[in-house]
Design a protein around this ligand. Structure first.
Ligand code: SF4
Ligand code: SF4
Length: 445
């Protein structure tokens, strides 16, 4: 009964994975697990907000962790954090002293230490099966901010987002801003861009997407904004159209297989071979599908494209395209011709092939932007917010607000029925609903 109430609370508070995945937290809270693992790796370069949440609100995150442990009947709570965060680890150790069954596990400073499969292996030594989930080996993984939100869910639904805004801005900083505020206002709050022609990456430099439309709103899964000159190599590479990625890949890939040899999932023993997916570019007919099937195991970490490939090719995007083509043919992990059932076996050289974040930052040409982004209070109320109906995994929320309706911060404005996977949506400022369409609800002050 207590678990049912808790699950309902999380659903009504609209809590979804804040680390970028957007998976509704109530589903994880409904499962049975041995371990709840806190993903405090924050391995995307330049982002700082998770460490700042832990530094400022350790007790709240621990409360969220204990609630998830209780809901899932987990006997053990584990915080996976990089050992370089010495100050935060000291704070966590002090907070953990008064808690039961919570352990801190130290991780190396490599990318992607926060990949769920890597994190599970590095903290509890269990290997998530190919195409599986951490729950298959008894673990539930939650991001730091998600647990913060879980802890406050009974009082506050999700209306705000922790963000780091950094890169080519005058005052790199982190703060908590209303969901639905535009990215342009975030950049202004960070002092404005310090170059004339700029673009930004929504999320981390590795897995984030390039945006040039700064009227776009912040969602529950936004993690930060990396502002960069439009001609920065990372922006140029991430903006390449699919047809040129394929054409260049087809003519320039020399099958050196570096992309595979450094792939984090391959190193965990999964039969993911991005160089063979690249080879598929030369095939037509059934040979292409068979080579494409490796891509079903890709986590989209981008290491192959932004670090490993000596030819500056983009195997990650080729894997994305391969997945799309397989979906169109209804080929998935279960229906694929490849045998994904075997138990993975960790590569003997995994520890020597982990990618250090410092080297990654240099390779990404981001060394000049690797600066502090201190946490500051967000003392600005936007004139309007646009709250997206689909900012999570599952069905879009169904609108229950009306145009002209006065709303207060925290009011439910869109919901999801009990039989569907999704998340409730709430007003993030006090104001009046000024516009509703099939994508968003707009509220004006
Ligand atoms: S690393 Fe680059 S060149 Fe080498 S196999 Fe992979 S995509 Fe081809
Ligand atoms: S993006 Fe590349 S390196 Fe990352 S999991 Fe996929 S194939 Fe491997």
């Amino acid at each position: 009964m207590i678990q049912k109430d808790f699950v309902k609370t999380l659903k009504k508070a609209g809590i979804v994975g804040a680390g970028g995945a957007g998976f509704p937290a109530y589903v994880k809270a409904s499962s049975k697990a041995e371990f709840v693992i806190v993903n405090a790796a924050e391995c995307e370069p330049l982002l700082k907000k998770d460490q700042q949440i832990l530094e400022r609100y350790p007790e709240i995150v621990f409360d969220g962790l204990e609630m998830m442990m209780k809901a899932t009947s987990a006997k053990s709570g584990i915080i996976g954090i990089k050992k370089k965060h010495v100050k935060v680890i000291e704070i966590l150790k002090r907070a953990a002293a008064s808690r039961k069954n919570i352990e801190i596990k130290l991780l190396g400073d490599y990318y992607p230490a926060g990949d769920e499969f890597c994190l599970v292996y590095d903290t509890i030594g269990r290997l998530v099966p190919m195409g599986g989930l951490p729950i298959n080996v008894g673990a539930v993984v939650n991001n730091v901010e998600t647990l913060y939100n879980v802890a406050i869910a009974r009082k506050y639904p999700i209306t705000e987002k922790f963000l780091t805004v950094t890169g080519a801005v005058k005052k790199p900083c982190s703060f908590k801003a209303p969901i639905g505020i535009s990215y342009g206002e975030l950049i202004e709050f960070a002092g404005g861009a310090n170059c004339k022609d700029y673009a930004a990456i929504d999320g981390g430099p590795m897995m984030g997407k390039v945006i040039t439309d700064f009227t776009l709103p912040v969602t529950k899964v936004s993690g930060g904004l990396i502002v960069l000159p439009k001609n920065h190599s990372l922006i140029l590479k991430k903006s390449r159209p699919d047809n040129s990625v394929s054409r260049i890949g087809k003519s320039a890939c020399d099958q050196c297989s570096f992309c595979t040899e450094l792939c984090p999932r391959y190193l965990l023993g999964h039969i993911l071979n991005p160089h063979k997916v690249m080879r598929s570019l030369l095939f037509s007919g059934s040979g292409k599908d068979i080579h494409n099937e490796f891509a079903l195991l890709c986590s989209q970490c981008s290491l192959c494209s932004l670090y490993s490939c000596p030819e500056n090719l983009d195997p990650k995007s080729i894997c994305d395209m391969a997945k799309k083509s397989l979906i169109e043919k209804s080929i998935n992990i279960k229906t694929a011709s490849m045998d994904f059932e075997n138990q993975p076996k960790v590569h003997p050289l995994r520890d020597y092939r982990k990618t250090p974040v410092s080297k990654l930052i240099a390779r990404l040409n981001l060394s000049d932007y690797d600066k502090a982004a201190p946490f500051i209070e967000f003392n600005y109320v936007p004139g309007k917010v646009r709250i997206m109906l689909s900012q999570h995994i599952g069905v879009p929320a169904e609108v229950i607000a009306r145009v002209g309706q006065a709303v207060k911060k925290g009011d439910t404005i869109a919901s999801v029925s009990d039989d569907k996977l999704g998340a409730y949506i709430h007003a993030s400022i006090n104001g009046k609903v000024s516009k509703i369409n099939n994508k968003y609800i707009e509220i004006e002050k």
